[in-house]
Ligand binder design. Structure first.
Ligand SMILES: [Zn+2]
Length: 207
């Protein structure tokens, strides 16, 4: 088994894409916007919860999320309720997350070396999709550029707690990008001291 790396784009970038998808509702349907923002935010982060178990495969369903998102969006538009809006926003966020993962680097400890041909697993076709590397790797300078480009308009459009979420995402993303390459060399050393019984909580790529 090859070593694994994280998300192709870093989590804060995924989260901002989720918020950006729902942000137009602040104008189009202000009463549904807060719940849609919440659903899209959770949906855009959710697939990467498989970081510790078969990353980019267990919770990454590029086709299934997309196919489910269309009827869910129709239901949300025709029978608008907090539940239908949250579900549709969640599915759209998760679908776009998996699509975005193809535009980054591959699954490897040092993705800037570009040696992995595994971007995200396609359960329907039962094979890995190849990385396109538009964003060369998660935490690359271009990743940060994308994060900031999304965050600035969001800070203008959103208010209340979501504005705080955006600010925190930018701060976390900036620190991650600054440390990204060093983390890849430090992590295996640090995790080398982890007691055996805790090892199962350490992502494979660091062992
Ligand atoms: Zn992902």
């Amino acid at each position: 088994m090859t070593s694994r790396t994280q998300h192709l784009m870093m989590l804060p970038t995924h989260a901002m894409v989720g918020l950006a998808l729902a942000a137009p509702l602040s104008y189009l349907a202000p009463e549904a916007a807060p719940i849609a923002l919440g659903g899209a935010f959770v949906g855009s982060v959710f697939p990467d919860l498989d970081l510790y178990a078969g990353h980019r495969r267990t919770l990454h369903y590029p086709t299934v999320y997309s196919v489910a998102a269309l009827p869910a969006a129709a239901v949300a538009a025709l029978a608008t309720s907090p539940m239908s809006v949250a579900l549709a926003a969640f599915l759209v966020g998760a679908a776009v997350h998996c699509r975005m993962d193809r535009y980054g680097g591959g699954l490897e400890l040092r993705p800037w070396e570009g040696t992995s041909d595994r971007a995200v697993y396609d359960h329907v076709r039962a094979r890995w999709r190849q990385p396109k590397r538009w964003i060369r790797y998660d935490g690359s300078p271009r990743d940060l550029l994308l994060l900031v480009a999304l965050a600035v308009p969001l800070l203008v459009v959103l208010d209340g707690p979501y504005r705080v979420v955006v600010a925190v995402a930018v701060a976390v993303g900036a620190v991650y990008v600054a440390l990204r390459r060093r983390l890849a060399s430090i992590a295996p050393v640090v995790f080398g001291y982890v007691p055996d019984r805790l090892l199962r909580y350490v992502p494979d790529r660091y062992r």
